[in-house]
Design a protein around this ligand. Sequence first.
Ligand SMILES: Nc1ncnc2c1ncn2[C@@H]1O[C@H](COP(=O)(O)OP(=O)(O)O)[C@@H](O)[C@H]1O
Ligand SMILES: [Mg+2]
Length: 415
Amino acid sequence: MQALTRTIKLRWNEVFRPVNSCRKRYRILKGSAGSGKSFNVAQDYIKKLSDERYRGANLLVVRKVDESNRDSTFAELQSAIYRMFGELADKVWRINMNPLSMECRLTGNRIIFRGMKDAAQREKVKSITFKTGKLTWIWCEEATELMPEDVDILDDRLRGVLDNPNLYYQITMTFNPVSATHWLKARYFDKEDPDVFTHHSTFRDNRFIDAEYHRRMERRRIEDPEGYRIYGLGEWGETGGLILTNWVAKEFSTAPEHFDAMALGQDFGFNHPNAILLLGWKDGNVYICDELYLREHDTNEIIPKAAEKFDRRLLMYCDAAEPDRIRTWQQAGWRAVRADKGPGSVKAQIDWLKGRKIFVHPQCVNTIRELQTWKWQKDKDSGAWLDEPVKLGDDAMSALRYGTESWRHGANFSW
Ligand SMILES: Nc1ncnc2c1ncn2[C@@H]1O[C@H](COP(=O)(O)OP(=O)(O)O)[C@@H](O)[C@H]1O
Ligand SMILES: [Mg+2]
């Protein structure tokens, strides 16, 4: 091991030192965006899993939506391997792309990746086994996306006597604290528990973040103070001024026969996310069934991804401000149409949405995050809530406004 470790020393942020030595069962890391949580956790796991002393440890990495592991947790762990071992990386770790997995050739320790978006995926988690050793560690990235039942299932997997005295069971969670009403707060932060270690970090604790990032955060502080609380300070988002509170996240069948009508809503974006929602209408209630939420993708890249998820026979209500993009979708065979964007339409759409019950499938993690944080603007002088929504983090919300338009106007069928 020593011979294989590069002479270059791994670099760490001081703020995570107590995290990396913590052996408590629950290691809960909340923090601002860019504080270095994911980077640190990935590096910490690679170091431990490559170390003889932790022989018999195995790591399960979980995100609510499995596909997001590839570009986040998997990529972080892979680059930690290359930082640590350089050109010897392939000799020390075997990396498998399909399915995603990693195995340390020195220790036999493995890393696997899973999602928890429905019953089938949860069943798969229940039957995980490892060639050598046991499942000892679980990393829940963006843990706010998980439901408490998901975590209970994971928790159940960590049991039994461990042969190696250096090993211990541990669940690690990393996330931005989107909402003070989130169950994670009640479960891990609001009561004393000797098995729980909670940790707080901000981008100011991260000595590797660049000056441009600091400036961007400073702009956010001025333009979107509530968002800055969460993403800049890493503090629980407050609930005052929320636009929609009449929604619940719960699992339901998204098959078309369960609805009176279905439709798609799309808000175009490139730097801001491009959001497409699959919506259902049943007994006067709105169901948010599925989402496609992509940053920095061209229309030509989005269309094939949409085709994998959605039925192109559905009417797709789009942002009327971009007729060119609507035409591109039409040319690709989609029933894309303009949504109402007249004066007062945003207010009318919101009023109408407030009068429904809204059910969101838990797999719509980005939509849920927006629902938890979508707020009215605050008057800078009086502190009163204004009639205008904050124009940030509202991309799925726009898709929701557009996609429900025919139901607002009383049409029941959109096939
Ligand atoms: N120990 C480190 N060494 C070098 N760069 C780091 C380190 N920790 C964080 N960074 C840099 O900071 C960025 C943000 O860290 P990240 O872990 O993604 O933040 P968070 O998960 O808290 O949002 C990383 O992409 C990386 O460039
Ligand atoms: Mg992160």
